[in-house]
Design a protein around this ligand. Structure first.
Ligand SMILES: *Cc1c(COP(=O)(O)O)cnc(C)c1O
Length: 355
């Protein structure tokens, strides 16, 4: 991997600040050099990357490419729900807090039900079987939207990762109660790299029905794959994608770069690198009095509480990052191309600001 020139400024705001990785770029250009190709996904690149995703998971599944995660999640949930259904998720779920009501809009009104926010699991951004069960059984009357889907985010919005056991246990409750399971995998690669398991282990073998497999934050220019392990749920999904304005006419430029990610496990290599940079950042932050890391990172993000004036000082020095959690909690995301030098430079500026 050749990180970009260190004279170019890196940031910790989001893993989508990074550009596309060399392998994705290579296949993007290959697609452009392959002459005329049919539009709307009838091209050789879409066929190839779809086959590679099926091979990766080792099971027959239906795969659709869309432009972004909001569309992937919203359309997947809409396919899993009727308008009178509801979706169980955490209070920090991207589907609830950062998709502008997309899931509700595309499902014509399916309601999102969030679990309580002050349990130990919730503070780590996770659902538990108990919390899911509690929401499912809370009401059973006709006046309440019927729970139909459990949506879990892997890796979570708080940089933690569900173990295979945890996913299995949540899926078991869902199955027992007749609910389907959706996984928001915007950072699925980081989760699998962290777990060191086979991607099938933490998805369909654990009971996940639909995975939104993130490519953008893993090194693609653009694009996410919606993977239906329960193929009955994908009926008419192509129409949803088209109606939502998510069917790329030059689909090959979304799908071909996936070949670069999937070949030679580049997706895992990119994720492992981002995770390792988060560990490097974490190790340094732990040594700084005045910086309070909220919990050990398990993927590619570190969450740290810093004094107000220190945050302002870092921003003034040009570092971009989000204050994600109320009360001074900052989110520091590492990407496939984050350099150790950038981590060290950030830590040095932070240490100076704390003094
Ligand atoms: C980034 C992200 C998405 C996708 O967001 P888009 O901006 O719509 O691509 C979905 N879920 C989570 C948890 C994310 O972090």
């Amino acid at each position: 991997m050749t990180p970009h020139s260190s004279s170019l400024r890196e940031h910790f705001a989001s893993d989508n600040y990074a550009g596309m990785c060399p392998e994705a770029t290579h296949w993007f250009l290959e697609a452009n050099n392959s002459g005329h190709q049919p539009g709307y996904g009838d091209d050789i690149w879409t066929q190839r990357s779809t086959d590679m995703i099926r091979e990766l998971f080792g099971t027959p599944c239906d795969v659709y490419f869309v432009f972004n995660g909001t569309a992937a999640n919203s359309l997947a949930l809409a396919a899993m729900c009727q308008s009178y259904h509801s979706v169980i998720c955490t209070p920090v779920a991207h589907v609830d807090t950062d998709e502008c009501g997309g899931p509700e809009f595309f499902s014509n009104g399916s309601k999102l039900l969030t679990t309580e926010s002050d349990s130990p699991a919730a503070r780590l951004g996770k659902l538990t079987p108990q919390a899911v069960e509690q929401l499912i059984t809370k009401r059973s009357d006709i006046h309440y939207p019927k729970p139909k889907v459990v949506s879990l985010t892997q890796a979570t919005e708080l940089g933690t990762v569900y173990t295979v056991e945890e996913v299995r246990a949540i899926c078991a409750v869902a199955r027992q109660r007749g609910l389907k399971v959706h996984m928001d995998g915007a950072r699925f690669a980081n989760a699998v790299a962290s777990l060191r398991c086979h991607p099938a282990e933490v998805t369909w073998r654990a009971g996940v029905d639909v995975l939104c497999f993130g490519g953008t934050k893993n090194g693609l220019p653009i694009g996410e794959a919606v993977v239906f392990f329960d193929r009955a749920l994908s009926e008419d999904f192509a129409y949803r994608v088209k109606q939502a304005g998510q069917l790329a006419s030059k689909m090959r430029f979304i799908s071909a770069p996936w070949v670069g990610l999937l070949e030679n496990e580049v997706w895992l290599r990119n994720a492992r690198h981002a995770n390792a940079m988060a560990q490097r950042l974490y190790a340094a932050l732990r040594e700084l009095p005045g910086a309070t890391v909220l919990h050990p990172p398990e993927a590619n993000g570190v969450f740290v509480q810093l004094p107000r004036e220190v945050i302002d000082g870092l921003h003034a020095k040009g570092w971009k990052f989000y204050e994600f959690i109320a009360g001074g909690g900052c989110r520091l995301m590492c990407a496939w191309d984050t350099t150790p030098e950038a981590v060290d430079a950030f830590v040095a500026d932070l240490a100076a600001a704390l003094r």
